[in-house]
Ligand binder design. Structure first.
Ligand SMILES: CSC[C@H]1O[C@H](OP(=O)(O)O)[C@H](O)[C@@H]1O
Ligand SMILES: Nc1ncnc2[nH]cnc12
Length: 289
């Protein structure tokens, strides 16, 4: 068996453990950006190693604003993982994306205000490209795996990330709808952007748990509604991840692993040594001359 986990999974609201894993080992990882939300559980699935982390901590004690997204992504990078799936509960902004369905979105709108959104600060300036914020190759594989697991799955749609922790007002929800946005959540940004900065393949398995607050005949979103809907999906989500592991190629052919090739603007000799030290796992290959 390959010693390095081939996939990282970030479990969201209602998914704090991955019970399908065998031969599990729990590891505490530290990063230059602090500790991840929870210890990382490494186990096997269809004979392959995967690594699981609970985004809000086990017991859900971190709000979407308080999650240390940088530490979470850096921890997966430290484990040598190339591919990452973020599992998220989301509100639907369109009739045909119904509660219980899965969406693999293809675009993001970032409406967050209060989060660390880059690894690169303190004398190092990097402008990463996120025109396609999700890895197209991993998204295609995830879509097939979810379909294979028997769920109703939709490919594409724009997901807006709001700061939270409050849910949206009706005016906000209707405004997002009028802008053609399909889903609303609180965690995909900056998770997806940091994964790109770490040159990882990343995509989201969005679980539609509610119709947010715009629908005239459905109840407005509540925590209870989210948790209840997600609970019905947890077995399927794990089966879908198993199917994904079974179809993942040895090497991805996308450009995610070179995302920073044309993104660093600071001259290498100008980057302070402490900054270099902190991010060398992410950009060491570009700073060597
Ligand atoms: C529990 S309702 C709101 C909460 O659920 C989603 O979390 P996650 O994306 O981690 O599944 C949403 O983004 C909010 O954080
Ligand atoms: N309606 C909603 N708004 C924001 N985040 C959510 N997570 C699940 N449902 C949500």
């Amino acid at each position: 068996m390959n010693n390095r986990p081939i996939l990282g999974i970030i479990g969201g609201s209602g998914l704090y453990e991955f019970t399908a894993l065998k031969d599990v080992e729990t590891i505490e990882i530290d990063t230059p950006f602090g500790k991840p939300s929870s210890p990382i559980v490494i186990g096997t699935l269809s004979g392959n190693k995967v690594a699981f982390l609970a985004r809000h901590g086990i017991g859900h004690f971190l709000s979407p604003t308080e999650v240390n997204y940088r530490a979470n992504i850096f921890a997966f990078k430290k484990l040598g993982i190339q591919c990452l799936i973020g599992i998220s509960a989301c509100g639907s902004l369109r009739e045909d994306y119904a509660p219980g369905h899965i969406v693999v979105p293809d675009q993001l709108v970032d409406n967050t205000k209060d989060r660390a959104r880059t690894f690169f600060t303190d004398g190092l300036v990097v402008h990463v490209g996120v025109a396609e914020p999700f890895c197209p190759e991993l998204s295609r594989l995830l879509y097939s795996a979810v379909a294979e697991a028997g769920a109703t799955v939709h490919s594409g749609g724009t997901l807006i990330t709001i700061e939270g922790p409050r849910f949206s007002t009706k005016a906000e929800s209707n405004m997002y709808r009028s802008e053609g946005i399909s889903l609303v959540g609180m965690t995909a940004c900056p998770e997806a952007f940091l994964a790109r900065e770490a040159e990882l393949c990343y995509t989201t398995m969005a679980h539609v748990t509610d119709y947010d607050v715009w629908h005239v005949t459905e109840e407005p979103v509540s925590v209870d509604m989210v948790v209840r809907t997600l609970a019905k999906n947890t077995q399927m989500a794990q089966l879908a991840i198993q199917k994904l592991v079974e179809i993942m190629p040895e090497e991805m052919t996308c450009s995610c692993s070179n995302a920073l090739a044309n993104a660093i603007i600071t001259r290498p000799e100008c980057v302070p040594p402490e900054t270099c030290e902190r991010v060398k796992l992410l950009i060491g290959k570009y700073l060597e001359s």
